[in-house]
Design a protein around this ligand. Structure first.
Ligand code: SF4
Length: 269
């Protein structure tokens, strides 16, 4: 079903970390997960939310009365107008548009409309997803999506539930389905000390990946503390504030380990 409006909280231009080439990333509002290490806490609630003295870059509104609101309802045409401004960059770099969030699949009809518009204009598309949605939702969009950036966090279901707020069963099933359909997939693995970065989880993640097909790349995303000030300004509890980010040397070691899977591995998105 087509839907002409949806909720987003940002559009980032000239992104080089959200898929191939130079991209425009559209951040959808709303996420069904609640990860302890979330770098985009402003994405989690589905509706626009009020904050005092908002100075975050996500504010798209020229209307001063809306400046203290995170996220806005936008039309497909408005998003496409922004996306199309950078067509020459996509062509030169083999880039395109990435729909991220939050979780773009939560607004699957709006996403579907945007993907169709991109297809008409021959703009390459990527969806950055948690995978936590029904298989029917994926069936609606996988034919018109070029690449999936798919998060893989914790293989143990109990730990996934504890640290992300939901079971990982549906996430794993959807990933296996996309893989067997021959979809292009880039896996995104957050490396969070003591949580996802444990010997057990790395071992189980590598075994899980080894049974998949069509994995184009593995992106190892090291924990960083850049979201600290967002948590403070939003007065949200930051459960991982005390964690120490992994060193470059350690990330290189981890990269070498994942290279054993014979899949290209990148540090960062
Ligand atoms: S899936 Fe991503 S956006 Fe959603 S809570 Fe986890 S880290 Fe945040």
């Amino acid at each position: 079903m087509m839907q002409n409006t949806g909720y987003i909280f940002d559009i980032k231009k000239y992104s080089v970390n959200d898929g191939p080439g130079i991209r425009t990333t559209v951040f959808f509002k709303g996420c069904p997960l609640n990860c302890w290490w979330c770098h985009n806490p402003e994405s989690q609630r589905g509706e626009p939310e009020k904050v005092d003295q908002c100075t975050f870059r996500w504010n798209l509104s020229n209307d001063y009365s809306k400046r203290n609101s995170i996220g806005s309802q936008v039309l497909v045409e408005e998003v496409m107008k922004e996306v199309e401004k950078d067509l020459p960059f996509y062509e030169e770099s083999n880039g395109g548009v990435t729909f991220s969030g939050g979780e773009p699949m939560l607004q699957v009809d709006f996403l579907h409309s945007l993907l169709l518009e991109c297809k008409k204009k021959d703009i390459q598309t990527a969806i950055d997803t948690t995978g936590f949605t029904s298989i029917n939702d994926f069936e609606k969009i996988y034919d018109i999506t070029d690449i999936f950036l798919y998060d893989l966090k914790l293989i143990d279901d109990k730990l996934h539930y504890k640290y992300c707020g939901v079971s990982n069963k549906m996430i794993h099933e959807n990933l296996k389905m996309l893989s067997s359909q021959g979809e292009k997939i880039i896996l995104r693995l957050p490396i969070i000390p003591t949580i996802t970065d444990t010997e057990q989880n790395i071992f189980e993640t590598m075994s899980f990946i080894s049974a998949l097909k069509n994995i184009q790349e593995i992106d190892l995303l090291p924990y960083h503390q850049s979201a600290k000030s967002k948590y403070e300004r939003m007065q949200k509890e930051n459960k991982v504030a005390e964690l120490i980010p992994p060193t470059k040397e350690y990330m290189n070691e981890l990269r070498n380990k994942f290279l054993q899977l014979d899949i290209p591995v990148k540090i960062g998105g």
